[in-house]
Design a protein around this ligand. Sequence first.
Ligand code: CTP
Length: 409
Amino acid sequence: MSHQGIFGGKRIVLGVTGGIAAYKAATVCSRLVQAGALVDVVMTEAAQKFISQLTFQALTHRPIYTDMFHIPGGENIPHIVLADSADLLLIAPATANTIGKVANGLADNLLSAIALATPAPKLMAPAMETDMWRHPATQRNVATLKGWGIEFIGPAAGRLASGAMGEGRLVEPDEIVAAAQMILARQGDLAGRTVVVTAGGTREAIDPVRFVSNHSSGKMGYAVAEAARDRGAQVTLITLANLPAPFGMAVVRVDSAQEMLDAVLTATDQATALIMAAAVADFRPLTVAEQKIKKRGDTEGLVLELVRNPDILAEVAARKATGTGPEITVGFAAETHDLLANAQEKLKRKRLDLIVANDVTATDAGFAVDTNRVTLLGTDGSIEETPLMTKREVAETILDRVARFLMDS
Ligand code: CTP
């Protein structure tokens, strides 16, 4: 799989129809192009009253298609070429008129002809006034299209172009892009797999306002979770309560190592893979004060007694030995010295299938930065060193190994 991400090299036909929300299609288009997709924009006549072809041409550096009978660059018949080559047909915004045409098999403009001709998955993002959306004709048409497997995102509720409030707003461009991503992901090599990922540190309470924690930012785990999602996996991300939730996965919020353990055991019951990117605190305060600890007059210091936390990977490995739990477990080893020896030892002791070792003393890798350089150690004795890459690329490399392992097992 390409390390460019899910959109790398994918051909997306972006159909833009005539509504005021057409200007937002430019943002959708730009995001897709930036993510590496080849975007062919098809505009209806009405769409061109709201936004110019030039906008999309500048964003895509490609010809814009508007007419069934005009062939830019003298290629073959556009609706056939575009229909055959598309990995996804995305119509955003989709008006009541275009939804109606497609639902009724009409092909009187280029976009509706492509919709009829293409075998590619289709996603529509409707935008219209509330009454048009709620009209039985529109609802019937949407139901027909859904029945054929065409997917919809939105409309959202909110302020409409008329000034009225109601259902009918185009959903935000980022959500449209994320939905497109989910559809493409179904063709990925982790489709049908359930992957549990942990990310970030843990927080071990001292009293109601204080905790012991570490510098883990969660970035590596998030990159793994997002990459697994984009390769088609059903992802459960178990992470610290204060990090934002990525789109398209189940997020379980935890604070302490004990909570993380409970969440991991529940989530891995039915999972294919566990990837433990979290930096779990090894120790927690023996007791959690019920009330805020006050400094008393002349106290000079405070002694905190710590006790060992459960080892989450060890508990999962113990279950695995009894035939339950995930097929593959991947651990991380963040080390400051003797990287390989320490990682080898953890691989064995924690009965992992793969361990991702990194030297956290490097300034361009490890905690909080967007890049990482890791060594992957497998139970088969393999040692694979990566160059400095983005955390997303590291995530893809880890998942290449996971996918290969699952294919072989
Ligand atoms: N880990 C875990 N439960 C713990 C501690 C760590 O599941 N209580 C997991 C981490 O998520 C990571 C791997 O074990 O994937 C290695 O974590 P690390 O902190 O490097 O290992 P430790 O077992 O804590 O060893 P040490 O403290 O000796 O470095």
